[in-house]
Design a protein around this ligand. Structure first.
Ligand code: DGY
Length: 327
């Protein structure tokens, strides 16, 4: 194989815009093959490029399934994704073949919590709409009820998925003098005590919360958990925020709920599909704020994610402990 003849590992990188610092780390021990564009590699091209590689450095835009693993073949030892989410990877299939998986938990928690707050406040205080008015002549004078939205102070916030990111969001939100923080999670979380968050059922969270924030990973149990019936259980004044995965939401049900004011507003950093087509009804709704999946997009965080991914690959290939292996 390539590795035996050259004594350097062969790594395939699925896009040309992976942050340099990670790529540089890899270059010390590996030969690099890289998709030449800053956009997802087409599946056919991907399959053609990976026979015999030892590692794949990918992103959440790349589906790592049986087909891809077959194309890579038995020399593949590790797949490293520059994300904490791994719903794009067939984990069972990797396990079966002894292919290790590296991901990037922890390092993006603060950045994602920060963006969740930014999106929540943009949605509740209507920032995109307000800016549009200011720029286009809608700002006629200060007006007592114009551009008003619900405040966080005194409100009840419900967080669905109380892992690292959900907890970080709860910590930020507390400083806005909320009255109650509720959470729904499959297991009870120790950290909740110190944060002052209360575990409730999903239904109770929906009916009690003024703000509902989804921070849950996409797994079979969370797929489209925000459906028609969930939106109907929410207050008609509720603001819904999603910074996890678009797949946790039945998007048609959300569109209906926003149109009929079943809920007040939604802020989405994630959609189905991504990118969201320009003709999506969501873009026509004033009570919906849409961001292009930028939760972890601070400069520092993306660099660190790239470095961890590279170190995950190097450790897996050298047989040492990976900094963040998905077990
Ligand atoms: C992740 O890491 O899963 C985010 O969606 C992108 O940073």
């Amino acid at each position: 194989t390539r590795k035996m003849s050259s004594e350097r590992y062969l790594v395939y990188i699925t896009r040309s815009d992976m942050p340099e610092c990670g790529v540089e780390l890899l270059k010390k021990q590996c030969d690099i093959k890289m998709w030449h564009k800053p956009s997802p590699v087409p599946v056919d091209e991907f399959k053609k490029s990976i026979p015999g590689v030892n590692a794949i450095f990918c992103a959440l835009t790349d589906k790592i399934n049986k087909e891809i693993l077959d194309a890579a073949g038995p020399e593949l030892k590790v797949v490293a994704t520059i994300s904490v989410g791994y719903d794009h990877i067939d984990v069972a299939e990797c396990k079966k073949r002894g292919v290790k998986i590296g991901y990037t938990p922890d390092v993006l928690t603060d950045a994602t919590a920060e963006l969740t707050m930014a999106l929540l406040l943009s949605t509740s205080r209507r920032l995109p709409e307000a800016q549009h008015e200011a720029r286009t002549g809608g700002w006629v004078s200060w007006a007592p009820t114009w551009m008003t939205g619900p405040g966080l102070a005194g409100s009840t916030v419900g967080i669905v998925g109380f892992g690292r990111i959900g907890q970080a969001v709860a910590r930020c939100i507390k400083s806005f003098n909320t009255s109650k923080i509720l959470y729904f999670n499959r297991s009870e979380k120790q950290e909740a005590k110190e944060i002052g968050a209360i575990k409730v059922s999903f239904d109770e969270l929906l009916s009690e919360s003024d703000f509902v924030i989804c921070c849950a990973p996409l797994v079979p149990e969370t797929k489209e958990m925000f459906n028609k019936s969930a939106f109907e259980k929410m207050k008609n004044t509720a603001v819904f925020i999603n910074t996890s995965r678009g797949g946790t939401v039945d998007q048609n049900a959300l569109i209906e709920a926003l149109k009929k004011n079943t809920i007040r507003a939604a802020g989405l950093d994630v959609t189905t599909p991504e990118p969201l087509p320009l003709d999506s009804p969501l873009f026509k709704l004033k009570n919906c704020v849409i961001l292009p999946h930028i939760g972890s997009a601070t400069i520092e965080t993306r660099n660190t994610m790239s470095e961890i991914s590279a170190n995950n690959i190097l450790a897996a290939l050298n047989g040492t402990n990976m900094p963040a292996e998905l077990k």
